[in-house]
Design a protein around this ligand. Structure first.
Ligand SMILES: Nc1nc2c(ncn2[C@@H]2O[C@H](COP(=O)(O)OP(=O)(O)OP(=O)(O)O)[C@@H](O)[C@H]2O)c(=O)[nH]1
Ligand SMILES: [Mg+2]
Length: 361
């Protein structure tokens, strides 16, 4: 799963990317290339289980991010598509919107408010998808002119793409067009950007964070809700500062703001959930670990995420929810109190299930 970090120039992409991945990139250097790195997904349940099992190793789920160059809405089309090419290989987009005020950081032209930043991002994604759909429709028209007939598949595509185009023209993102799985599959090769999950992170300053408000906040929230974007507010600058604190100071600082975890930890989880991933957990003295699967994965496929052989030889899984486990804090007690259930191969795994696979062979 690859998440592209997208947004206008100097909105804080590299700052957030560096904090997420722990890669030290100098935010002052403007790059032309994308940089890719791995971020751990914070999971308080794993922390709790590690305290109980005291394992040799603790493994968190992770996500891969690509820090993209800044997007400039006034740039030439070639330059815009050069930046946007990084979206092509991304499964989802983390769109950073600047709200922070800073006399030393210039706002990009015509995008001097959070509202303008979000509108620009949305419009540019839609325009790009419209161009791709238009192009495909033109190629179908050329084929029809040449052959004087179209295959059933081409006719179906034309009908579907004409409908998609009309909705895009009305600013309805592909992800909101309620396409059937078969329709999504047939336009899948086009790699439309507005079909991808989108997470909006508003980069605020300290004042805005403590007031819990910034200019255009209502508009941005409402747009995110109506477009199906996940939404989060955090301050890149404050996150950078607290990443330097030791754990005790960090907790104190977060408590002052009424948070239980840092903005970056929240961000990693919001992205993880919005792209449709869940974690099931395995526990023991050797390792406490979060494993990543897509939502609605069955027990046998989850076992396959641990090892392909476990899927092949799967008999059943012993499962207990993290919440239920925490009432007894021991597998022995959980078994004694019948809190552990047996899951057959087709049973759906839930986020936070503690899982033990019974396999044959
Ligand atoms: N005051 C303040 N400054 C910030 C914040 N986040 C980022 N900055 C500053 O804004 C400038 C741009 O930050 P970057 O993280 O490089 O932004 P970017 O989106 O990667 O920029 P480009 O890659 O050039 O498009 C840097 O000088 C940062 O120090 C913030 O929350 N508050
Ligand atoms: Mg950058």
């Amino acid at each position: 799963m690859m998440i592209g970090v997208f947004g206008l120039s100097a909105c804080g992409k590299t700052t957030l990317f560096s904090l997420l991945t722990g890669m030290r990139l100098d935010p002052a250097t403007r790059r032309k290339d994308g940089v890719t790195g791995t971020a751990l997904v914070h999971d308080a349940r794993v922390d709790e289980l590690a305290l109980i099992f005291n394992p040799k190793k603790v493994t968190l789920a992770s996500l891969t991010f690509t820090d993209m160059p800044g997007f400039d809405a006034d740039a030439l089309p070639g330059e815009k598509s050069r930046v946007m090419q990084f979206i092509q290989t991304s499964d989802a987009l983390l769109c950073v919107v600047r709200a922070f005020e800073s006399p030393s950081v210039a706002w990009p032209a015509n995008c001097e408010t959070p509202r303008l930043q979000l509108d620009t991002i949305r419009t540019e994604l839609i325009l790009r998808d419209l161009a791709v759909v238009e192009n495909r429709l033109e190629r179908i028209a050329e084929t029809e002119n040449k052959r004087h007939r179209l295959s059933d598949e081409e006719q179906r595509d034309r009908k579907l793409l004409t409908a998609v185009r009309e909705k895009l023209e009305n600013e309805q993102l592909v992800s909101r067009q309620e396409l059937t799985p078969a329709e999504l599959k047939s336009i899948g090769t086009l790699g439309l950007f507005t079909a991808k999950p989108i997470i909006v992170a508003v980069n605020t300053d300290e004042d805005q964070l403590s007031r819990k408000s910034y200019p255009d906040q209502d508009y941005v929230r409402e747009q995110c809700a109506s477009n199906g974007f996940a939404y989060i507010e955090l301050s890149g600058k404050i996150e950078s500062e607290i990443s330097q604190f030791d754990e005790a100071d960090r907790q104190l600082f977060l408590q002052e703001y009424g948070f239980t975890e840092s903005g970056i930890q929240r961000l990693s989880r919001v992205v993880y959930e919005h792209v449709g991933l869940i974690s099931f957990l395995t526990v023991g003295e050797d390792e406490v670990r979060a494993w990543t699967v897509r939502r609605n994965t069955c027990a046998r496929d989850a076992a396959g995420a641990i090892h392909t052989r476990l899927a092949e030889t799967f008999i059943r899984a012993e499962v207990i929810s993290h919440k239920s486990f925490m009432t007894v804090r021991s597998l022995k007690l959980a078994n004694a109190q019948n809190l552990v259930r047996l899951a057959g191969k087709d049973e759906i795994v839930n986020d936070g299930d503690i899982f033990h696979v019974r396999a044959g062979g």
